[in-house]
Design a protein around this ligand. Structure first.
Ligand SMILES: NC(=O)c1ccc[n+]([C@@H]2O[C@H](COP(=O)([O-])OP(=O)(O)OC[C@H]3O[C@@H](n4cnc5c(N)ncnc54)[C@H](O)[C@@H]3O)[C@@H](O)[C@H]2O)c1
Length: 252
């Protein structure tokens, strides 16, 4: 049997690279979809995994771009076994200021993008008779996030997954969410300067019963588990990879 194929959106980012690296280690072929640096990221990973990495420039919030990206993966490898919806943005805004454009962009990328990716993978899963989706949410879906649009988009991912898994189940496809807490990646740079981020990280470590922060590889291992046959009976679930901070009150 040929190696399974995983598509990882936001694949050039910190978490995307960690997820791709773990999946490559498990024998997958991996397509990295990103709106920037997809080919460069693929090139870096291909040094150790020649012929098993593909970089595809794509904007998940644009349906034409999503369709073209999935067609490219299909044309290259002829299948998609697993989809990891990992692309995400968190532009800062307040509800009072409104800033509808910011609100809309966040929902377009984090939520609509995930739905569009699932939509365009469905024909391939029908052909295969199986499939897997893991979407990277966030602990903030429970409440206490710093931006309303981001929290809404991540809560929406949970709701969308719990509904979509009913539609996908008869196709042999599971759909789940992995919800990390703070992870030290460039993603958080929008929240403030280095000192602010370190204080923020410290508050997360203090709120963790384990006294630790989550690393990208922790998220990657949870994703790999939910994509594996060991998780064949798990669908519609949200797995917190949050070092226990999902039990803590709001951390801001
Ligand atoms: N870092 C954290 O603290 C944290 C915590 C919880 C959840 N998350 C989630 O983890 C995921 C990955 O975050 P990260 O920390 O690796 O951040 P990152 O900024 O390193 O990676 C995000 C990637 O998404 C890509 N992207 C953004 N918009 C896109 C679009 N329209 N189309 C295609 N690609 C797009 C970016 O180019 C980037 O490469 C995000 O969904 C984020 O919400 C992050």
């Amino acid at each position: 049997m040929s190696a399974p194929v995983a598509v990882v959106t936001g694949g050039a980012g910190a978490m995307g690279t960690a997820i791709a690296t773990v999946l490559l280690g498990e024998g997958y072929r991996v397509a990295l979809l990103d709106r920037r640096d997809a080919e460069e990221a693929a090139h870096r990973l291909a040094r150790a995994h020649e012929g098993r990495v593909l970089g595809v420039a794509a904007d998940v919030s644009d349906e034409g771009s999503v369709r073209a990206a999935i067609e490219r993966v299909d044309a290259t490898w002829g299948r998609v076994d697993a989809l990891v919806n990992n692309a995400g943005v968190e532009p800062q805004h307040s509800v009072e200021a409104g800033e509808l454009e910011t609100w809309q962009t966040t929902l377009d990328v984090n939520l609509t993008g995930a739905m569009l990716m699932i939509k365009h993978c469905i024909p391939l899963w029908r052909r295969l008779g199986a499939g897997r989706v893991v979407s990277v949410g966030s602990r903030v879906w429970l409440g206490g996030g710093s931006t309303a649009s981001y929290s809404a988009s991540k809560a929406g991912l949970v709701g969308m997954t719990r509904a979509a898994c009913r539609e996908l189940g008869p196709l042999g496809v599971t759909a789940n969410v992995v919800a990390p807490s703070f992870v030290r990646t460039p993603f958080n740079a929008v929240k403030g300067d280095a000192d602010h981020i370190e204080d923020y990280a410290g508050r997360f470590a203090a709120a963790s019963p384990l006294g630790t922060l989550v690393e990208p590889v922790d998220v990657a291992h949870a994703v790999a588990f939910l994509l594996s046959d060991r998780a064949r009976a798990i669908t519609g679930e949200t797995l917190h990879v949050a070092a226990g901070t999902q039990l803590a009150p709001a951390i801001t």
